[in-house]
Design a protein around this ligand. Structure first.
Ligand SMILES: CC(C)(COP(=O)(O)OP(=O)(O)OC[C@H]1O[C@@H](n2cnc3c(N)ncnc32)[C@H](O)[C@@H]1OP(=O)(O)O)[C@@H](O)C(=O)NCCC(=O)NCCS
Length: 172
């Protein structure tokens, strides 16, 4: 039987290998990577699935990002993804299990809103992610507006206008 584990229990090399298998080795230029450039993923909101033989077969990472409005301070967001399932095991419930885990954890800690670039047919259908409040959001690379999705986990409204980017905080 496979089990969900905190992703920081897994070797970095196994995570990178899985991401290459799911997305291809040229994945680093994607807009999602630019939005979170330089950030480290959040251990409390990142999960893996390990098979019986100990192999990492699915992973989900979450990142601290923000919407940077033209005026005013940044609005913190959590970027979810990539969600990666080993190609041979796709459509077997692993993606859903990982997403269930991150949404539950985010609700538990009443985290900042979740956002991602992903298929609304999947992330809307099961968890209620929507592009409704993201129409005025810009990104540092190309994206399809219908795939720029967000989910509030604490009742905070999704909206605002600005540029998505890493969550840089002023150093003390
Ligand atoms: C997309 C992905 C994470 C889904 O996880 P999974 O474990 O394969 O799929 P699940 O078993 O959780 O989901 C099953 C259901 O979701 C549907 N589904 C899966 N991916 C979908 C997609 N991209 N769009 C619409 N529906 C999708 C399936 O058809 C299935 O529906 P059904 O139960 O009605 O038959 C996985 O296939 C994957 O890693 N793909 C390659 C990388 C990728 O595209 N990642 C997502 C971008 S961050």
């Amino acid at each position: 039987m496979s089990v969900i584990v905190p992703l920081d229990s897994q070797p970095e090399q196994a995570i990178e290998h899985l991401l290459d298998a799911a997305f291809g080795a040229d994945r680093h230029g994607r807009t999602a990577y630019l939005i979170r450039a330089g950030m480290a993923w959040l251990p409390a909101l990142s999960f893996g699935i390990v098979a019986e033989d100990g192999a990492l077969v699915a992973s989900l990472q979450s990142w601290p990002v923000a919407l940077h409005p033209t005026e005013g301070g940044p609005l913190p967001l959590i970027m979810v993804g990539p969600v990666a399932v080993a190609p041979a095991l796709q459509r077997g419930g692993h993606g859903r299990a990982l997403m269930d885990a991150v949404v539950a954890a985010a609700r538990r800690e009443a985290s900042d809103p979740l956002m991602m670039i992903g298929d609304p047919e999947y992330y809307g259908r099961f968890w209620g992610f929507s592009a409704e409040g993201t129409g005025q959001w810009a990104a540092p690379g190309p994206f399809e507006p219908r795939r720029l999705l967000a989910l509030s986990v604490d009742g905070r409204p999704i909206g605002g206008a600005g540029m998505l980017g890493p969550r840089i905080t002023a150093s003390a």
